[in-house]
Design a protein around this ligand. Structure first.
Ligand code: PBG
Length: 325
């Protein structure tokens, strides 16, 4: 009788499994998204994301320093302006004293080149209607008028010390417009982490609370339809042609096939964003004792790496970096 072929031999001990593991997870691959809000006296818990807060400037500095000390690869900053400061064009986004630009300057002063400082380049936190762009008379998001706002916002973020800009609004031509403007203004070294394949997703729900979003309706005229796969490749190819330095897929866990597809065509690093709803689902199930929290977190991150992302944005970045040591 032929001998039984035994793959299980390579699973016999933790040491053996470690020896043959195909996928690794390292602190430098993890990027921590952080929220900083204007007008807070102390950090505010985000109820739909237990463990994540809207920071004050002081608590932001402290948490950023801790994350960098834990070894994370970078920080991605989101600004939360006071409601009274929101308007139709999102003026707070490119104002040098807007919450996000102020926070960038503070962290840039504190951390310099010790980390990679990234900024969300999008208007949704700053507009009173909550859309990622400016809206025309008929209520539609105007692509090319929005590009002008993104350019202005990008220059403000570059001046404020961001190393990488993260245009996340899914306007056509956003990477090219931003790249050209950065180059013209002498910011050739400021890079672009392009949200290249970003899907309209129900899993962004908790983020809307995190940034105090004013959005009514949805973003389906600019973010991608979850039914589509080929379209993601087109979006990525366009962003690469327009000069993206890193391309990102978002969300991560429901889109691991897209992460794999993109990893196969991109000749730049591929990032994936484990978004708010992914964080909240695992957190909620763990709170109920339904799953093992720490194991589920590591498994989720490992699966995103296995799919082909070399960089992962995750609200667990600092915690996991510290755990991995
Ligand atoms: C847009 C932006 C969003 C997220 C990151 N950038 C929200 C959206 O597109 O509705 C979502 C991040 C998350 O859910 O964790 N500025």
């Amino acid at each position: 009788m032929a001998p039984v072929i035994r793959p299980r031999r390579l699973r016999t001990s933790a040491a053996m499994r470690r020896l043959v593991a195909e996928t690794t997870l390292a602190p430098r691959q993890l990027v921590l998204p952080m929220f900083v809000a204007d007008g807070l006296d102390e950090p505010r818990e985000i109820s739909s994301m237990p463990g994540v807060v809207q920071h004050t400037f002081d608590s932001l500095r402290k948490a950023a320093e801790e994350a960098v000390r834990a070894g994370v690869g970078g920080l991605m900053l989101f600004g939360v302006p006071a409601t009274a400061d929101k308007d139709a064009t999102g003026s707070g986004a490119d104002a040098d004293d807007g919450v996000l630009n102020r926070a960038l300057r503070i962290l840039s002063d504190d951390l310099g080149d010790d980390t990679v400082l990234m900024a969300d380049t999008c208007l949704d936190e700053f507009t009173d209607h909550g859309h990622c762009g400016v809206v025309d008379a008929r209520g539609r998001v105007d692509n090319d008028a929005t590009l002008e706002r993104y350019v202005s916002m990008s220059l403000a973020q570059a001046r404020s010390g961001a190393h990488l800009l993260g245009p996340s609004g899914m306007m056509d031509g956003q990477v090219g417009a931003i790249r050209a403007a950065l180059d013209d203004a002498g910011f050739a070294d400021t890079g672009i982490l392009a949200y290249a394949a970003k899907y309209a997703s129900a899993f962004y729900g908790p983020f809307r609370e995190a940034v105090g979003s004013s959005l009514q309706g949805d973003r389906r005229t600019y973010q991608q339809d979850s039914a589509n796969r080929i379209e993601a490749l087109r979006e990525v190819r366009l962003d690469l042609d327009e000069g993206a330095d890193i391309v990102m897929v978002k969300p991560a866990m429901s889109y691991l096939d897209i992460v794999r597809d993109v990893a196969e065509i991109a000749d730049v690093p591929v990032a994936a964003y484990q978004i708010s709803g992914e964080y909240s689902m695992i957190t909620a199930a763990a709170e109920r004792g339904w799953i093992d929290r720490d194991a589920a977190i590591l498994e989720s991150l490992t699966s995103i790496r296995r799919a082909g992302a070399s960089i992962i944005l995750t609200y667990w970045a600092a915690e996991v970096a510290a755990r991995l040591g």
